[in-house]
Ligand binder design. Structure first.
Ligand code: ACM
Length: 540
């Protein structure tokens, strides 16, 4: 070997590296200098769902590391909201600001969170955000409204995420007056934890993702053919055996009652009501496999790890079935501070139709005996419903209308628009496509009131986006199926119909894409959205 030759090569490589470094220093430096000017400006052009009214007032509020959050009145709930805002500001700007009561100090350039029960129009969840040169104020009738308003501030700060700006610079927030309240009471997301199981921390992370878009319901599909995921003390085998696997045959899992309570509390603190679903009489193979007594012939089937539907049924004419249901509903009710229990009722193809009708009426009585309000998929409308029973529409308009005619309100989850488990296009790796392909525009361009002929505003409780998980294995998959479609469902549920339009929405969504990239959220880069338009504009 020629050592001298080797030495020359090393010399070349070293000098090439030095030159590269010099070149890169040269090119990076000016970009960094430009960054603070471009990135320290918050914006109200990004907000999803779009607020009821936005009136820019043409000046600037300066947020700086000395800003203080005043809270009035200060209590457990409002302190949590103040802390939440503080954390959001910290994660977007790096400012570690403090907060105090309203009485303690009065000064300019501060943030005020105020509960002031005077504006009827704002209702339970509405808020007013008034930003002047000196003060940033959120006012609401209830703590819940303050929390929704804090999400608006968080979104205004999106452009600052990952900013390399020095801490000494103020964040410039354009002055504005925003008045905002929801169109519909029910704005939900459903996660199927039965087909594939997801951990407590995954569910909490999902809560964090959806509060940003002002969702207020988390429906957990807790039981299905492939797994029973909620511990029932009086029937322990449901989870020990019935929760031991999942689609594809992997190890399943389940929530202990403590786990479940932890999720409910986490969601409740963020003004989200958890809606537990125990699906019956179909979708019950995991229960039937766990207890022979639940089967008409006294023989349990095998556990099931495929993705077929419509083959299982509880034994309708057996007393032990109703002892079982009573025990399950009692325990689930005890774990549920919210008013709702969802009993599924969908795709009961293995149940005789007269039996089905009687079964739903009996279960409705059990739910009411525990002081809860029943929700079921639209198939339940074949039975006689109490007028406070809620019907969830997914596929057949005639069935949903049967519910309306009985005085029930509808949660709108049309599978061709709102099913987050449908593929975006034929090329999407995850998802199913029995209801069609749902691109971002499909999920956005529909209205709950005009979706079914004959339905009017007063019949609609709201909207919900279900995510079934036959093909969804982990949190990254959850994100990919939900984003960017889910913010569209949020806007349909919250914003006024006349305030929505696809062209404007597309631009706002692109801004959110930049934020998602910055925080590492996995989303589908739909070709319908120009994800780079801000970069193109700001580099002009
Ligand atoms: C459903 O998708 N089976 C409600």
């Amino acid at each position: 070997m020629n050592n001298k030759y080797n030495f020359r090569i090393i010399e070349y490589i070293l000098s090439a590296l030095i030159i590269l470094q010099l070149v890169s220093c040269k090119t990076v430096a000016p970009t960094d200098e430009r960054k603070p000017m471009r990135e320290l400006k918050a914006s109200f052009d990004n907000i999803i769902p779009v607020p009821v009214s936005i009136n820019p007032t043409g000046s600037i509020f300066r947020l700086n590391p000395n800003s203080i959050i005043y809270i009035e009145p200060m209590n457990y709930e409002t302190r949590f909201i103040g802390q939440y805002l503080k954390d959001q500001i910290k994660s977007t700007t790096g400012y570690g600001i403090t907060f105090l009561t309203a009485e303690a100090i009065s000064a300019d350039e501060n943030i005020r969170l105020i509960i002031d029960d005077r504006d009827e129009l704002l209702g339970q969840e509405g808020y007013e955000l008034i930003i002047t040169e000196n003060l940033l104020t959120i006012k609401a009738n209830k703590a819940e409204g303050l929390f929704r308003g804090v999400q608006t501030i968080s979104q205004m700060l999106f452009p600052l995420v990952n900013s390399s700006a020095p801490l000494s610079k103020d964040v410039l927030i354009p002055t504005v007056e925003i008045k905002d309240y929801p169109r519909f009471e029910w704005r939900g997301v459903m996660l199927d934890v039965a087909r594939h199981f997801f951990s407590v921390s995954d569910v909490k992370k999902l809560v964090d993702r959806i509060v940003l878009y002002k969702f207020n319901r988390l429906h957990l599909h807790l039981t299905d053919d492939q797994g029973w995921r909620i511990q029932i003390n009086s029937w322990p085998n449901l989870t020990i055996y019935g929760g031991s696997t999942q689609v594809g045959g992997g190890v399943g899992g389940y929530f202990t009652q403590e786990d479940y309570t932890e999720i409910v509390k986490y969601a409740e603190q963020r003004y989200i009501i958890v809606v537990p679903e125990i699906d019956m009489p179909g979708h019950t193979n995991a229960a039937l496999a766990s207890y022979p007594v639940l089967n008409c012939d006294g023989i349990s089937p095998e556990l099931y790890t495929g993705i077929k539907v419509g083959f299982s049924s509880l034994c309708i004419n057996k007393d032990s079935t109703y002892i079982f249901i009573d025990d399950v509903i009692r325990e689930v009710s005890e774990l549920t501070p919210g008013p709702y229990i969802h009993i599924g009722g969908d795709e009961a193809m293995a149940t005789d139709s007269v039996d089905y009708i009687n079964f739903i009426v009996r279960v409705q009585d059990i739910i009411q005996s525990y002081g809860k309000q029943m929700i079921g998929w639209e198939e339940i409308t074949q039975s006689r419903l109490k007028s406070n029973t809620i019907v969830q529409h997914w596929r057949k308009s005639q069935l949903a209308m049967k519910g309306v005619h009985q005085g029930s309100k509808l949660i709108m989850s049309p599978s061709t628009k709102a099913y987050m488990d449908m593929k975006y296009t034929p090329d999407t790796e995850l998802g199913l496509h029995w209801a069609g392909y749902i691109e971002v525009s499909d999920a956005y361009n529909w209205d709950p009131v005009t979706q079914i002929i004959g339905v009017s505003d007063k019949d609609i409780l709201g909207v919900e986006a279900p995510l079934w998980t036959e093909t969804v294995l982990n949190f990254s998959d959850i994100e990919f199926m939900l984003f960017p479609r889910l913010p569209g469902i949020a806007e349909i549920g919250w914003s006024q119909a006349e305030a929505r339009n696809w062209e404007g929405y597309k631009m706002r969504l692109a801004n959110h894409g930049a934020y998602w990239k910055a925080i590492g959220l996995n989303f589908y880069r739909s070709p319908e959205i120009d994800w780079d338009w801000i970069i193109k504009i700001s580099s002009k």
